[in-house]
Design a protein around this ligand. Structure first.
Ligand code: UP5
Ligand code: MG
Length: 194
């Protein structure tokens, strides 16, 4: 649950699990602000700087960008939004991300809960290959997708365990049609707000 101060919900799940899709619905119907760490990194990359090239390489390789970069983008965007409730989509992706967040943000924002969209790799792969036909994302190809799956399994699973110990994780079966998944997303948000 949230303390009476601004808070975030972390949105996790493998590549293609449906994080972005559900976040859009939560924004539309629950008045949250959506910040996708991946979107912020992709935008920062297009600046053409040395840092942009570094980010580009990490994304293609499915590797996790150094936490200083990601946390700064997120914190600046949260401040700029002035929002009371933020969905932080696709972060924290490893335990180092968790400590980086804690060092910079600490208790200034409550983590009200963690939404976890659970989906098998076969389903996620099919979705991403389909999306890759039109997305223009440099990591929506089979080679990058396999790397993203590996990084997720090795590095993000411990993050879920960490928040499970704190009883913050709400697991949602992400294989079902978007509407069915949405019903569970809504229930989870209501629970976090209670
Ligand atoms: N779709 C969605 N839901 C569906 C459903 N229920 N049934 C059928 N189809 C469904 O969905 C993916 C596709 O599936 C879409 O075509 C959608 O229509 C369909 P989407 O909602 O986009 O899934 P999402 O989980 O958001 O997938 P995404 O590809 O964005 O996940 P990733 O976690 O791979 O991507 P992200 O942008 O978060 O990160 C990309 C890279 O950035 C990382 O690999 C990493 O290199 C870097 N990164 C960091 O280094 N640090 C960070 O903190 C964050 C990212
Ligand atoms: Mg996404």
């Amino acid at each position: 649950p949230f303390a009476p101060k601004p808070g975030v919900v972390f949105v996790l799940g493998g590549p293609g699990a449906g994080k972005g899709t559900q976040c859009s619905l939560i924004v539309e119907k629950c008045g949250y602000t959506h910040l996708s760490a991946g979107d912020l990194l992709r935008a920062a990359r297009s600046s053409g700087s040395a840092q942009g090239q570094m980010i580009d390489e990490y994304i293609k390789e499915g590797k996790i960008v150094p936490v200083e970069v990601t946390v700064k983008l997120l914190v600046d965007a949260i401040k700029e939004s002035g929002a009371q409730r933020v969905l932080v989509d696709g972060f924290p992706r490893n335990t180092n991300n968790v400590s980086g967040w804690q060092q910079v943000v600490g208790d200034s924002l409550t983590v009200g809960g963690v939404l976890f969209y659970d989906c098998p790799e076969e389903v996620m792969q099919e979705r991403l290959l389909e999306r890759g036909k039109t997305s223009g994302r440099t990591d929506d190809n089979l080679e990058s997708i396999k790397k993203r799956f590996k990084t997720y399994a090795m590095e993000t699973t411990p993050v879920l365990q960490y928040y499970e110990h704190q009883q913050l994780v709400h697991r949602i079966d992400g294989v079902r049609p978007i509407d069915a998944v949405w019903a569970d997303s809504k229930a989870a948000i209501d629970k976090f707000e209670a």
